[in-house]
Structures are given as structure tokens and as C-alpha cells.
Write a protein that binds this ligand. Structure first.
Ligand SMILES: [Ca+2]
Length: 435
């Protein structure tokens, strides 16, 4: 009897085949700005439900708090200084086809999630944000974005209609996939600016100051699209064998009455308001739902988790951890990342574009400015920031806003974390120069 049951279990596992992968990528979304994270105004019933059914890490981090390098890290499983996409734009004219193509050619040197899954017989669909040119070149079988710089391609072009104007291309792809395992890259430019939510949603937040109300309504609009996406996959009977992954590419802090991010410690910055995001994984019957508020994870863990879930071996150079390996996850002592200039100085030299490296261990966080580049603006559009020019050490448990620099009081912690950062990525001033 037992052997019959085992055989049945094995047969049903085989019949199910490798799981579909749905990556939901939020854009410019603060880590607290969800119902399930306790925000007093954010309405995210669909994301809340998905999170409740997931292995949820509320202490998730991206390795860089800017769109393009952050997304490239999710796709390649590598840190920005490894995949070489450290900024959003190349030096000089950001619309120059040759300069953009040069960045894309660097991106293509790395293995990707979509490439690995294609090799395993997956079909795949890109919608929303995509910075790396024509996406079929990078392994997708179907793309919503054309990626052609001469027709206005930069970070997604027509693909950016997803969520805001339509969900149909994604639904049609799911219908077409019909039995083949698929990867969905769902990266609508939401709640990202322009903050122009429908009036029916904006009206719900009329008691809030206008800029806050718009941002909150954008979040609810984004949440609605996730409800529609999950419902479509449910309706097709695919929910049981689909892994949903949720992450935001970088944080956001909405300032009242201001369109810009001047003097905020959010997007682009080495502070948690830019780097932190909830990260979660839902796979019904395969990944036990659990909320973890202690263990930190990196968005670099998504790539090996996906590839392992698909029954493949992740490339050996991927630094992330399959989050289902709870022992390995708990044993990781330190998390790393780096922040770079928005517009690169030298695309082939990560150190030429570097502003900060950082590490998190337990509740300590050390931020190390890269001194040779201190005088360089993080972005020509935002030359001034209120960011540090000295090493900064914070106790994230006692001081989540990273206000009180404890570097002078805890020199031993600074030394230990500095050594760890150098062990992760040692940078010399000479690394900035071209040969
Ligand atoms: Ca972003």
C-alpha cells in the first residue's frame, strides 16, 4: 500500500511538471507601505493575501536602491559590480543607441534566470520595466517592450502600459502557454511616478495631503492589478503549480508638496528607506506559509530559489541562497550591497561609479562612502543630498530611521564590518581608472 501511495505521489509530482514562475516587481515602493506591514493608510488587500499565503521575509534587501541595477541583479543573480550594470544610464547622451547598446552587451555576459529557464523548456513573457534592449536577445520568448532606442526605448517603452492601461498581454500569454511551464516578468511601473491614479481610488484618500493621497492610491491601483493577475492564474487552474515571487526594486518616501527626492534618504541612497523591501514566495503545498521578521534575505536569493524550484542547478557563481534552505539562510552572517551613481561615469569600471558600500549583520548596519568619488554627485538631476561623507554605523533595531551614527562608540563593530565588506568586494582608488 505504502509503495502504491509513494508511486502515486511521484507520478502526480511528475504530472505537475516544473512550476510556473511569476515575478511581481514593484517599482519605487516604500517597505512599510502595505497593509500587512502595518501602514495606517496603505490599502493592499491582494498583496496582503498573497503575503499571508507565502514564506514572507519582512527584512528583505536589494543590493542597490536604483531600478536598473536592482532589476539586473534579480535577473542575473549577481551583485551590480559583478554584472556591471551599476547605473540607469550610460555617460553622455542617454539616448545614444551605441552607448545604450554597450551597456546591454555588458549585461549579456551574465547568465540570467530567463536564460536558465529557457534551457529547461520554459516559455517566458516580459512586461513593464525592462532596461536591457530587445528582450528576446536576453532569453525571453515573448516581449511586450521593443527596446529600440531609436523609437524611444529606454526602460520598457510600450511594455510600461501593463497594469496602468491593460493586463491583456499577460493574460493572453498565460492562455497561450497552455501546458508549457512559463516565467512571467510582471514589472509594471507602479506605484512609480507619474502618480496619476484613477479618481475612484484617489477619492478614497481625500483626507490625506495631496501628494500622499496620490502615492497611496497608486499603491492600491498596483494592488488591484495583482488581484487580477492571481485571479487569472487561479481561473486557469494553475495556482497549485505556480510560484509567485514578490519584491520591490527600490524604496520610496513621499514628501508632501515635493515632486523630487531632495534631502530624502530613500531611492538611490544607502539607507533602508531605499534598500529594504518585503520579499515573499508563494507555492501552494510546497512552501509553507510563514512570516519571518528576523532573518534578512537579499533579492539575490530569488534567482537560485527559482532555478532550484524548477529542478535545475543554479550557476556556481551566484552568491544568493535558495530561501527554502532554512539552515543555510540562518547561518548567513552578513548581507552586502553598494550604491552607485545614477548615470555612469565608466560603464566598464564599477569603482568609477561607486558611492557607498554597506553591510548588515544582526541589527548593525555599516555604510562606507567610497572616498575617491565623494565629490561626484549621485545624479546630475539631484546634485545635493543629506547623505553621509563618513562611515556610518546604525543599530537598526533601536534606530530604524538611521538617525544616530554610532561609528565613534563602536569602533570594533566598524572594523569588523569594514573587513567583511573588503572581503566581499575590495575596491582600490586605482580601480576607477581605465587602463
Ligand atoms: Ca524603481
Amino acid at each position: 500500500m505504502k509503495s502504491i501511495l509513494l508511486a502515486f505521489a511521484a507520478a502526480s509530482l511528475w504530472a505537475a511538471g516544473p512550476p510556473n514562475i511569476v515575478m511581481i516587481l514593484s517599482d519605487d515602493h516604500g517597505w512599510r507601505d502595505y497593509g500587512f506591514m502595518g501602514h495606517p493608510h496603505a490599502r493592499t488587500p491582494n498583496i496582503d493575501k498573497l503575503a499571508a499565503e507565502s514564506l514572507l521575509f519582512t527584512r528583505g534587501y536589494v543590493p542597490a536602491s536604483l531600478c536598473r541595477p536592482s532589476l539586473a541583479s534579480m535577473m542575473t543573480g549577481l551583485y551590480p559590480h559583478q554584472h556591471l550594470i551599476t547605473g540607469n544610464d550610460p555617460p553622455g547622451n542617454a539616448k545614444d543607441p551605441q552607448s545604450r547598446a554597450a551597456m546591454v552587451s555588458l549585461f549579456k555576459k551574465s547568465k540570467t534566470i530567463v536564460g536558465e529557464l529557457s534551457a529547461a523548456g520554459y516559455v517566458s513573457h516580459q512586461s513593464g520595466k525592462w532596461w536591457e534592449g530587445e528582450c528576446t536577445c536576453c532569453g525571453f520568448t515573448e516581449c511586450m517592450s521593443h527596446g529600440d532606442v531609436t523609437r524611444g526605448g529606454r526602460h520598457g517603452d510600450v511594455g510600461l502600459q501593463i497594469g496602468r492601461q491593460t493586463m491583456q498581454p499577460v493574460f493572453d500569454f498565460v492562455d497561450r502557454a497552455a501546458g508549457k511551464p512559463f516565467l512571467l516578468w510582471y514589472a509594471p511601473m507602479m506605484p512609480h511616478t507619474p502618480h496619476n491614479p484613477p479618481a475612484r481610488l484617489l477619492d478614497k484618500y481625500s483626507k490625506l495631503p495631496t501628494a500622499q493621497a496620490k502615492y497611496m492610491a497608486m499603491i492600491e491601483w498596483f494592488d488591484e492589478t495583482i488581484g487580477q493577475l492571481v485571479a487569472h492564474i487561479d481561473k486557469k487552474g494553475l495556482s497549485e503549480n505556480t510560484v509567485f515571487i514578490y519584491v520591490a526594486d527600490n524604496g520610496w518616501v513621499q514628501l508632501e508638496g515635493q515632486q523630487s527626492l531632495y534631502a530624502t534618504r530613500a531611492k538611490l541612497s544607502p539607507y533602508d528607506a531605499g534598500l529594504r523591501t518585503p520579499i515573499f514566495f508563494r507555492w501552494k503545498g510546497k512552501i509553507r506559509p510563514h512570516r519571518d521578521d528576523k532573518i534578512f534575505v537579499s533579492s539575490l536569493d530569488i534567482a537560485p530559489t527559482i532555478i532550484s524550484a524548477a529542478g535545475r542547478k543554479p550557476p556556481v557563481n551566484w552568491p544568493g541562497i535558495d530561501v527554502r534552505d532554512t539552515k543555510k539562510l540562518a547561518a548567513r552572517q552578513t548581507l552586502f550591497g553598494a550604491n552607485f551613481m545614477h548615470t555612469s561615469i565608466d560603464i566598464a569600471k564599477p569603482a568609477a561609479n561607486l558611492k557607498y558600500r554597506w553591510a548588515i549583520r544582526d541589527n548593525w548596519k555599516l555604510i562606507l562612502p567610497f572616498e575617491p568619488n565623494l565629490s561626484q554627485a549621485i545624479w546630475e538631476g539631484r546634485p545635493e543630498t543629506a547623505w553621509g561623507t563618513e562611515p556610518e554605523l546604525y543599530d537598526l533595531a533601536a534606530d530604524p530611521g538611521e538617525k544616530q551614527n554610532l561609528a565613534a562608540q563602536y569602533r570594533d563593530v566598524v572594523e569588523s564590518l569594514t573587513n567583511a565588506i573588503d572581503g566581499w568586494w575590495k575596491v582600490q582608488p586605482l580601480d576607477r581608472r581605465s587602463p
